[in-house]
Ligand binder design. Sequence first.
Ligand SMILES: Cc1cc2nc3c(=O)[nH]c(=O)nc-3n(C[C@H](O)[C@H](O)[C@H](O)COP(=O)(O)OP(=O)(O)OC[C@H]3O[C@@H](n4cnc5c(N)ncnc54)[C@H](O)[C@@H]3O)c2cc1C
Length: 403
Amino acid sequence: MLDHAAPTATRTAALDRLKAFLPHAGRDYADLRNYDLPEEGHPHVSRLSPYLRHRLITETEVLEATLNRHSAQAVEKFIQEVCWRTYWKGWLELRPTVWAAYRKGLDRALAEADGDLAARIAAAESGETEIDAFNAWARELVETGYMHNHARMWFASIWVFTLRLPWEVGADFFLRHLLDGDPASNTLGWRWVAGLQTQGKHYIARSSNISKYTRGRHNPEWRLNTQAEPLKGGPHPDRRDPPGGRLPEPGLRTGVLITEEDLSPGYALDLLDRPSVGHAALISVSGRSPRAVSPLVTEFTHAAVEDCLNRHAGRLGPRGPVTEDVDTVLAWATDLALEQVVTPYAPVGPAATRLRQLEKALGDTGITLARPIRDWDAAAWPHATHGFFRFKENIPDLIAPLA
Ligand SMILES: Cc1cc2nc3c(=O)[nH]c(=O)nc-3n(C[C@H](O)[C@H](O)[C@H](O)COP(=O)(O)OP(=O)(O)OC[C@H]3O[C@@H](n4cnc5c(N)ncnc54)[C@H](O)[C@@H]3O)c2cc1C
């Protein structure tokens, strides 16, 4: 039986999940994490991703708790996986045009989907292909908002190389339905499978591997295309400098803006020299896709934002709008006669796009938008220059202060 209960979108639930997982973060995780066992509730992975994605709990908190319980050596694999998230965020932060190119490619692919292609995409998304395992993963994703990492790799590989569907539409299907749907991890995960990220190296799903890691739940009789060539794309764009963010200025009349990118804003509030005169939330969940985003995702995101506002109520000042509309935030800031709005730095994606529009509109009325960056991101992102193997060399230094 699949667990259809949506995870509770609170920090308390995130901490409970972390506590339950910690005893398993060592040997269990290293040996068993690749097994896709939805009927058992995916017992060998943490399922922390929706919480980490919105920073209801942060990477550093997860790593710190893990290192408090185990030696770094015992949990090396788990630490590396958490750091994959940081790496992908940093990689995209240094090359933001890859996100814009993905969105353009998606618009093009959707516009060009003719009758037959549109029907094949619809069949894949509703789990009505001839590949039973693929159908089961599609349904699990739509019904629960989660898919195991190994299943994401198999699913994306079959989508691209066996079903021959546009990768951008598959990535969009994930972003519309994953509770952890993330512009960096998702776009770059799909690009990696397709052979566009580590150029010329793609991930090919094989029936024997699926059968082994689903413990025979799927005994594929269908044929997967294991001979496909990687997709071809252009070279990676030039890197920009790591973002510097912008610290709040002292002495200004300040309001706080929350986005779903960082629901642990304490570090930014600590930088204020005076109480906030009010707060608002700018949500960008509909901006994750040009198509409709799943109600599960929308509800989880809104509930997570509410949890953040409630937890920090004492430090945020009077409540303003919680909205997807930039103009509504602009009106809130001008009504309060703010001189400065402070928001935790939002990495590349729909929230950053909306913040750019807001920054311009605020600037026209003389209000500044401060976007301080977390120490973890500022320390890690500059190392996302090449592949993960080079990034990984920096992990001991990055986690040293946490142990
Ligand atoms: C095609 C594809 C698309 C993906 N899309 C997303 C996405 O939209 N959002 C997302 O958070 N992850 C994505 N991933 C990465 C990974 O599948 C999920 O983070 C993981 O399955 C979440 O489950 P968990 O919390 O139980 O992971 P665990 O194995 O318990 O790992 C702990 C945490 O480490 C991070 N992590 C683990 N593996 C990865 C990885 N390969 N890449 C990046 N971070 C990782 C996650 O934050 C995760 O919560 C994608 C992977 C692929 C192959």
